[in-house]
Design a binder for this molecule. Structure first.
Ligand SMILES: Cc1cc2nc3c(=O)[nH]c(=O)nc-3n(C[C@H](O)[C@H](O)[C@H](O)COP(=O)(O)OP(=O)(O)OC[C@H]3O[C@@H](n4cnc5c(N)ncnc54)[C@H](O)[C@@H]3O)c2cc1C
Length: 390
């Protein structure tokens, strides 16, 4: 019997895990993974590159080494997805046919969408940006630092808050905190979008004397005058500006007519099928799902997509559904971290930072390539404590 061909576009957390789970759990599926670069990046590590804690090279993994041997890796950007002809067109023009397709192409910052942002603001949301910010911090001798969010949605919602608290620690350790004014800006009405988690950050920011500007929708940055201005009419002067730019989905999604205005793939929140396409799935940051764009969500979604594909190929009606599960270990500075765990039905409980969780976060980073992406520990989402049960 001919095997069903599953093509996965994107070698991120979601794509790699789906490929490995399919390869392990079905002999009736031939898996091909297309990735633009052939290198997987552990993006959470970029948070600490500006502080010199990680070298970017240590966060890069050749995708081939992370994949089950039976998965075929195609290292080339996908240019177009033709859902009528059921093939992916690569940049070279080569066509890759599929029976089922999984889109896991990620989310990308677009600083050019806000006047002056690309010229005036640093970022730690790209490898190059995190390295450049490391150099800028080495030269910083005190002054006004503005950190913030310039547009929703963006991946890893707590990362800018974690960065700010780590920055406060870093400035303190270098005796620069007293001569530094630290301000955080966000377009929304509170410091953090999730109501039960916001107070933890609010207290930490207050204790550390970090100013917060809510309702700050960044309109423009004047890098000559070093001023960031909001649509609401507030202007802030800075010496160092670190912003999270508005994000968009990957170019191939829009080029294939599969994206909404932001380039996000309209995705069923439970089945993870692309709306209107029974044999197309989407996961991770590429989707328009109402969950945090995070590696954790991509991980749990990959388990569901793989299970559904195995069921479909074996002639059963796919039963597994995604429940919105996200789990995140968040740095809170002072050598502590906190855990949030939630799904569509259960908002996170107000978390408590601890040293133990900080150690756990470090261990997770070490275990990531083998235990997470290679999937030996993936015994279904029940491996983790379920939201609402902790
Ligand atoms: C600073 C920072 C800190 C973070 N911290 C955390 C954290 O603590 N916890 C957490 O859960 N998440 C965290 N995240 C978010 C997490 O890294 C992402 O949500 C996660 O990587 C999303 O996985 P993905 O598989 O959807 O996409 P990605 O991992 O972004 O992978 C997308 C892949 O698609 C490929 N691709 C794109 N276009 C094409 C194309 N045309 N053809 C072929 N391939 C293509 C890319 O090469 C890439 O390999 C953080 C992110 C950042 C930036």
């Amino acid at each position: 019997m001919a095997k069903a061909i599953v093509v996965i576009v994107g070698g991120g957390v979601g794509g790699i895990l789906t490929a490995n789970l399919l390869a392990k759990h079905s002999k009736q599926i031939q898996v091909q993974l297309i990735d633009a670069t052939g290198t997987h990046q552990y993006q959470p590590g970029w948070l600490r590159v500006p502080f010199g804690d990680y070298r970017p090279e240590s966060l890069r993994y050749p995708i081939r080494r992370l994949l089950h041997p039976s998965v075929e890796l195609i290292t080339e950007p996908a240019k177009h997805i033709d859902t009528d002809a059921r093939h992916v067109v690569l940049q070279s023009g080569k066509q890759v046919p599929y029976d089922y397709l999984v889109i896991g192409t990620g989310a990308y910052p677009h600083p050019e969408e806000i006047e002056g942002l690309a010229q005036g603001a640093h970022t730690f949301y790209t490898e190059e940006g995190a390295l450049r910010l490391n150099q800028a911090l080495q030269q910083f001798r005190g002054g006004r630092i503005v950190v913030g969010v310039a547009g929703f949605p963006y991946k890893c919602p707590p990362a800018p808050h974690e960065f700010t608290l780590l920055l406060d620690d870093w400035l303190l350790a270098r005796n620069l905190r007293q001569q530094t004014e630290l301000t955080f800006v966000t377009p929304i009405n509170r410091l953090f979008p999730i109501e039960t988690v916001a107070p933890v950050f609010e207290n930490a920011f207050k204790e550390r004397n970090i100013c917060v500007e809510t309702f700050f929708n960044t309109e423009s940055v004047n890098s000559e005058k070093r001023v960031i201005a909001s649509l609401e009419g507030t202007e802030l002067e800075y010496d160092l500006l670190i912003m999270i730019a508005p994000h968009r989905g990957a170019e191939v999604v829009s080029a294939s007519g599969l994206g909404d205005r932001g380039g996000w793939v309209p995705t069923d929140k439970q089945t993870l099928q692309v709306k209107g396409h029974e044999n197309l799935y989407a996961l991770g940051d590429a989707t328009d799902l109402p969950v945090s764009k995070s590696g954790a969500a991509a991980h749990f979604e990959a388990e569901v997509v793989a299970q559904r594909l195995v069921e479909a190929v074996e002639g059963r009606t796919p039963q597994h559904l995604y429940d919105g599960h996200v789990m995140c270990m968040i740095e809170t500075g002072g050598n502590k971290a906190m855990l949030i765990n939630f799904d569509y039905q259960h908002p996170p409980r107000t978390p408590k930072p601890s040293h133990a969780l900080k150690i756990a976060k470090g261990l997770f980073r070490r275990a990531y390539p083998l235990a997470v992406l290679k999937a030996p520990l993936t015994a279904g989402v029940g491996f983790f404590v379920r939201p609402g049960e902790a």
